[in-house]
Design a protein around this ligand. Structure first.
Ligand code: PEP
Ligand code: MN
Length: 335
């Protein structure tokens, strides 16, 4: 159950309510956001009407899931996340494109101009790369962030970049418009708490072996520690299939949209691992209800330092944009 208090609620009355619930043996989590929100996951024997009458209480919302703040019961109308003039979750698919990794200033600038030209709303590129092998390119780190800041200033595109360590959150957040949590860190709870303590939106990729419930509970961590701007991203899961790198779980799109109010993106690049499959799967994700796409684009995919095989050329990306827009228009006609 969620007990939402008014922004001007007297903290002493909120504390009295917390004490009252705790005296009844309930676990209460107090979220210190723009307004006080109490989460009480065990709602047995609690009467919403009694809590509603408590001073400072604005709304009492019973929730049917383990995840509470991330649940659609909390915000049936859905959440829109604003980044500059862009709104994620507002009907129009948001397209985030760029290389897997920041390699050089020229590679970054060339790609950013190309994807902007083709219709991308935001730019993606990793400075900190979580690589399976310690001998693979690990990313340019802070030097990469400086280049990303330059690209952002020159192209005006908001930027999405991954953060891998709690202590690096403040510096990454200085440059990034959205902080990405990669699949390998979806359940890195100290990292989730660290991104929750800064105000920029968080793009939370689904763990490659995580259930949808575990993914939504990871989003719940970020929200429970104070950051409600979470964007979910389905990026493919591990299955027995070997013809593709991962299996983009298309089911996850309508399931997450139904269970949660948070916007849902899809990443057909990591979801397939193969440039030839990226466009059809991107169309499918939009048709399934995704709020946008995260796509890898490289000016010369064959020379990419990471994930070249799944990277689109700028020309292929431009085609993807046209096709995805057509799917989105068709959806609006039938809905
Ligand atoms: C990426 O976006 O380049 C990335 C590393 O993604 P994931 O965490 O989904 O593998
Ligand atoms: Mn990648």
């Amino acid at each position: 159950m969620i007990v939402e208090c008014t922004a001007d609620a007297d903290p002493r009355s909120v504390q009295r309510l917390v004490d009252h619930l705790r005296s009844r043996g309930k676990l209460v989590h107090w979220v210190h956001g723009p307004q006080p929100v109490l989460v009480c996951p065990d709602e047995r024997d609690l009467d919403p009407r009694e809590l509603q009458a408590w001073p400072g209480v604005q709304r009492v919302i019973p929730i049917r899931h383990a995840f509470q703040l991330a649940s659609r019961d909390y915000r049936p109308e859905g959440t829109k996340i604003r980044v500059g003039d862009i709104r994620i979750g507002d009907g129009e698919p948001v397209l985030i494109a760029g290389p897997c990794a920041i390699e050089s200033r020229t590679q970054l600038l060339e790609t950013a101009h190309a994807v902007r030209e083709a219709g991308a709303h935001m730019f993606r590129a990793g400075a900190f790369k979580p690589r399976t092998s310690p001998y693979s390119f690990q990313g340019l780190g802070f030097e990469g962030l400086t280049l990303l800041a330059e690209v952002r200033a020159e192209t005006g595109l908001p930027v999405v970049t991954e953060v891998m360590a709690p202590e690096e959150v403040p510096l990454v957040a200085e440059v990034a418009d959205i902080l990405q949590i990669g699949t390998r860190n979806m359940q890195n709870f100290s990292l989730l708490r660290a991104v929750a303590r800064q105000p920029k939106p968080v793009l939370l990729k689904r763990g490659m072996s995580a259930t949808i419930e575990e993914w939504l509970l990871a989003a719940e961590y970020v929200m429970a520690y104070g950051n409600f701007s979470v964007i979910l991203c389905e990026r493919g899961i591990r299955t027995f299939e070997r013809m593709t790198r991962n299996t983009l779980d298309i089911n996850a799109v309508p399931v997450a949209k139904r269970l949660s109010h948070l916007p849902v993106l899809a990443d057909p690049s990591h979801g397939t691992g193969e440039a030839a499959y990226v466009i059809p799967v991107a169309r499918a994700a939009i048709a399934a209800g995704a709020d946008g796409l995260l796509v890898e684009v490289h000016v010369r995919p064959e020379e990419a330092w990471s994930d070249g095989r799944q990277s689109l050329t700028p020309e292929a990306f431009a085609r993807m944009v046209r096709e995805v827009r057509a799917v989105s228009r068709a959806l609006r006609m039938i809905q």
